[in-house]
Design a protein around this ligand. Structure first.
Ligand code: NAD
Ligand code: WQD
Length: 340
């Protein structure tokens, strides 16, 4: 079985590529290295004992992409990660986000749909905004996006749905990730934020490592038990497994609808303060933090109903929050020792 992974050297893509190789799949990995580097390839090999076939291709380059299909296809499945993901930057530079995330998707979809290759898309719980009912299930109404980034995920889902409807035999799964955190247990691959991290866990680990003076907890007067926002933090390894299970489901189950949506989360809502305590418990280290002003646009509470993916694919998260945080810390330490 041969799988095409776009954005395969990035944070989530590198974990999925590693797990695919370890599970016996052949992988062709595309990345324009905009938010990753080629040394990830060696790390993937160090973990899995195998290498993906790597092509430094930009998915906006339609001709180069078609060549990949001609020279390296046919593929049994495509997992599409390649996109920009920085929420704040997308507010300042919306066209950069629409151009990359939408053009790239259209290009890969045109190759995937003519060849009827099963397709998996990285969507996000951001499409739900602040849901009225918790936990959030897949039928919850979608809210207007709070950022151009979020809008590329909503638009992306619609583009894929329309393509499935028009191309008989073309099937896709839209995975709505909640909050991916952590790293491979080996500490060899993980998330490498560019500049100041915007997400909680990399900011926290950089603070504990002394790179940032203090972690700002954005608001403690929300309508939640301890006043801080609640999220559903999912270990990146569990998320990676959900991609493989989705692929198996697309390939094996004849009853798959042409376009199906699945949440990928743990089902547990965790507050910012609870996450800090869990990190301290897991590592034995203190997290220096202060309560600061709320962040504009933050959702108060979001966690997944995982009934659909558990029932349909028998997928279940295996890792605890503490294990996820410990792996994030192991990765941070590895980054520090490499930079010395
Ligand atoms: P990442 O930035 O670490 O990985 C994306 C990879 O795609 C990078 O290696 C980058 O170099 C590459 N890339 C970007 N544009 C490209 C292009 N035009 N052509 C080829 N390669 C390109 O991000 P990630 O956290 O691994 O996210 C992967 C996907 O999951 C993205 O689509 C993201 O929007 C989505 N997602 C991420 C999260 C999250 O919290 N990390 C949550 C929900 C959804
Ligand atoms: C988590 C919690 C913050 C940083 C983002 C994207 C979203 C999606 C998932 C891709 C919140 C708090 C954070 C800090 C803090 N990604 N926080 N201090 O907000 O759920 O969403 O990731 O699709 O599009 O916006 O994740 O990690 O930024 O924040 O107190 O320094 O941590 O307020 O409550 P979020 P996050």
């Amino acid at each position: 079985m041969k799988v095409l992974v776009t954005g395969g050297l990035g944070y989530i893509g590198s974990h999925v590529t590693t797990l695919l190789l370890s599970s016996g799949y052949a992988v062709v990995c595309l990345d324009n290295l905009d938010n990753s580097s080629e040394d990830v390839l060696e790390r993937i090999k160090a973990i899995s004992g195998k290498s993906p076939e790597f092509k430094a291709v930009d998915v906006r380059d339609k001709i180069a992409l078609q060549q990949v299909f001609t020279m390296h296809g046919p593929f049994d499945g495509i997992i599409h990660f390649a996109a920009y993901k920085a929420v704040e930057e997308s507010i300042k530079k919306p066209l950069k986000y629409y151009e990359n995330n939408i053009t790239g998707l259209i290009n890969i979809l045109s190759c995937a749909s003519v060849t009827n290759t099963p397709f998996i898309f990285s969507s996000s719980c951001t499409v739900y905004g602040q849901a009225k009912e918790l936990p959030i299930d897949e039928s919850a109404p979608l809210q207007p996006a709070v950022s151009p980034y979020g809008n590329t995920k909503k638009m992306g889902e619609e583009i894929i749905r329309d393509t499935c409807q028009s191309s008989k035999g073309f099937k896709a799964i839209l995975l709505r990730y909640f909050n991916p955190i952590g790293a491979h247990p080996s500490g060899k691959i993980g998330e490498k934020p560019k500049g100041v991290p915007q997400n909680l866990v990399p900011y926290l680990t950089q603070t504990v490592a002394g790179i940032r003076p203090i972690l700002n907890v954005f608001g403690n007067q929300y309508d939640t038990p301890d006043g801080t926002c609640i999220r559903d933090y999912i270990h990146v390894m569990d998320l990676a497994q959900a991609h493989i299970d989705s692929l198996v489901y697309l390939l094996k189950d004849m009853n798959v609808e042409s376009c199906e949506v699945f949440n990928v989360g743990t089902g547990n809502g965790v507050s910012v303060l609870e996450l800090i305590i869990a990190f301290e418990r897991a590592t034995g280290l203190k997290v220096p933090y202060t309560i600061s002003a709320p962040r504009a646009g933050d959702t108060v509470s979001a966690y997944a109903s995982t009934k659909k993916i558990t029932h349909t694919m028998k997928w279940k998260p295996k890792y605890t929050l503490e294990e996820a945080l410990l792996s994030a810390w192991k990765w941070e330490q590895q980054l520090i020792s490499k930079s010395k």
